[in-house]
Design a protein around this ligand. Structure first.
Ligand code: SF4
Length: 557
């Protein structure tokens, strides 16, 4: 069992000898409906230096959070704002805390506050500070200063309101140089399980070298000094996986890297070494893992090796099916490269999921039709369920600046949008969005596409983490047929509604009708899936029992 040796390296050199009083806890509040690794790293770092950390889901009842804050009297409350849409709700929470008598230091971090620190402090005047960019070292120093009565204003990486009411920022703190210096993140909740096989999020690297125009991630990592992309030691990542597998019986590892290290010679070597480390620990065949990467990084030889070491799912931000759209989004990739990546993954029998922006600022009806051709080419066979969205112009992104320059930016921080060049595309986009949202097809965990894609992940687990299940080839075939029919109807709906705008052909699709179709797909899928699982129940349960007997829980060790 690998043991983690504690913090090493220079990133925490100053913190090691600094005085601190850890008698009061630190409260961290963030979105935790899904596992939040960002908060997990902050929490683990603070605990490593002796602080007690209380984690709260931002979606918990406000009164519950207020009661906890009043009872625990934390030294500092740190809020993690991932989605800028939630800014108003964070502001309301902060107000509730202040009005409820919570007087401690209130700070906030995350993408939006880091890049838009002045608006954040203006919009939420009750906040004391903003922790900008990677927060582990800055938040620790803030806690140390507050706990010992030291001067916290001026801490590198912090922004605050000065005595004259002005908003100021200290020089930025360099990004963490050595990710292996961080402790393993606290995991307050383990993600969903597929047939008893538990999953969790994990990180092999931070940062992204690409420059997609709609993405605030690369802006986040470029604004602060330091190396943009940093990777952990592959052996260290494999150690963490081994620990989680043996101690917590986790079998699925969902890498949250913005761009998993597989691009170029150096990172291909990294990925190869990582596979070797998994083999060396005897983890292959016992765990599966998923990554996100760019399509131009899908290399047949490397990915075959990764598949053989447990890679089962690759998420790619394909985003557009036409070169003009890819250029607007500054993807620096071609449609051909996207198609090639998909073909390679299919040849290797690795499942894929993808992001796709059917609507972006340059969208025309002709581009929508090209996109549909592209989508039919990649998922028309039902290998995965189609999803798409409208590009959102987030704060701090080049595309938002460009839309402002063109006078097309609309809305506000919580609801940013833009005008299309052709006003008919606006109407088309809204009509389609309304129909699909109401019918529950594309968006939301319960939607048809999401449910089908979870079924594909579950199938990968059945195929690779259980003994051979009789009839599994037939189940795969039926799942593919259902997905294929769902995709085909979805594309027809998009096509027909777009034709209504360009050719004046009435489409006849209604929300109730589409909802019935969605329920039909879900009913078909659930019937097939449940029947298959029931038929194989004994094999599945026996395998789980055998594993449980072989891997005694070591929690607490
Ligand atoms: S590759 Fe992904 S993370 Fe990197 S800039 Fe593009 S969208 Fe952002």
């Amino acid at each position: 069992m690998p043991a983690f040796d504690g913090l090493i390296g220079e990133d925490f050199a100053a913190a090691r000898g600094r005085p601190r009083d850890t008698s009061r806890p630190i409260m961290l509040i963030g979105y935790q409906d899904e596992e939040n690794l960002g908060l997990g790293y902050l929490s683990a770092t603070l605990r490593r230096f002796g602080y007690r950390v209380l984690g709260y889901n931002f979606n918990a009842e406000r009164e519950e959070i207020l009661a906890a804050a009043r009872h625990e009297r934390p030294l500092v409350i740190g809020l993690s704002l991932i989605f800028q849409f939630y800014l108003t709700r964070f502001a309301e929470l902060v107000r509730t805390l202040r009005e409820g008598g919570v007087a401690c230091h209130l700070t906030i971090g995350g993408h939006f506050p880091s890049l838009s620190w002045q608006p954040t402090l203006e919009m939420i005047p009750e906040l004391d500070s903003v922790v900008r960019f990677e927060g582990e070292v800055t938040l620790l120093e803030l806690a140390d200063m507050l706990s010992t009565g030291g001067e916290w204003r001026g801490i590198a990486g912090l922004a605050w309101r000065d005595d004259a009411g002005g908003i100021v920022s200290a020089p930025l703190r360099p990004l963490i140089h050595d990710l292996d210096a961080l402790p393993y993140p606290d995991r307050t909740q383990i993600e969903r399980a597929f047939l008893g096989r538990r999953s969790t999020h994990i990180l092999a690297s931070r940062g992204c070298i690409r420059t997609c125009s709609f993405c605030s991630i690369h802006m986040f990592y470029r604004a602060a000094p330091g190396k943009v992309v940093r990777t952990r030691d592959p052996a260290h990542v494999a150690d963490e996986i081994e620990l989680l597998h043996e101690r917590d019986h986790i079998s699925l590892f969902l890498f949250q890297d913005d761009d998993f290290p597989v691009y170029g010679v150096k990172w291909q070597r990294w990925a190869g070494n990582f596979c070797d480390e998994l083999h060396r620990r005897g983890l292959v065949g016992r765990i599966l893992w998923k990554i996100s990467c760019r399509a131009d990084a899908v290399d047949e030889v490397l990915f075959a090796r990764m598949r053989d070491a447990g890679l089962y799912l690759v998420y790619m931000g394909l985003e557009s099916g036409n070169d003009e759209g890819l250029e607007t989004l500054n993807k620096r990739i071609t449609v051909e490269q996207n198609l090639k990546a998909v073909a390679t993954l299919k040849r290797l029998s690795i499942d894929f999921a993808f992001g796709f922006m059917l609507f972006e600022p340059a969208t025309t009806f002709q581009m929508v039709r090209q996109d549909l051709d592209f989508l039919r080419a990649i998922v028309g066979d039902g290998c995965t369920a189609a999803t798409f969205c409208r590009m959102v112009p987030y704060d701090g992104t080049p595309i938002k600046d460009e839309l402002i320059r063109q006078g097309r930016f609309r809305g506000d921080v919580c609801n940013p949008y833009y005008d299309f060049l052709d006003p008919r595309v606006d109407k088309f986009c809204y009509e389609l969005g309304d129909l699909l949202n109401v019918s529950g097809w594309v968006h939301g965990l319960e939607s048809v596409s999401q449910q089908l894609n979870m079924a594909w992940s579950e199938l990968a687990v059945m195929e690779r983490l259980f003994p051979r299940l009789p009839g599994i080839a037939g189940y795969r075939k039926r799942l593919r047929a259902i997905t294929k029919n769902s995709n085909a109807l979805l594309f027809r709906v998009v096509d027909d509604i777009s034709l209504a705008y360009t050719d004046g052909v009435p489409h006849g699709w209604t929300a109730p009708g589409l909802r019935r179709s969605c329920h039909g797909f879900l009913d078909d899928f659930l019937r097939e899936r449940d029947a298959f699982v029931v038929r194989n129940q004994k094999i599945l349960l026996d395998a789980l029992e055998r594993d449980a007997a072989r891997e005694p829980a070591l929690a607490g060790n």
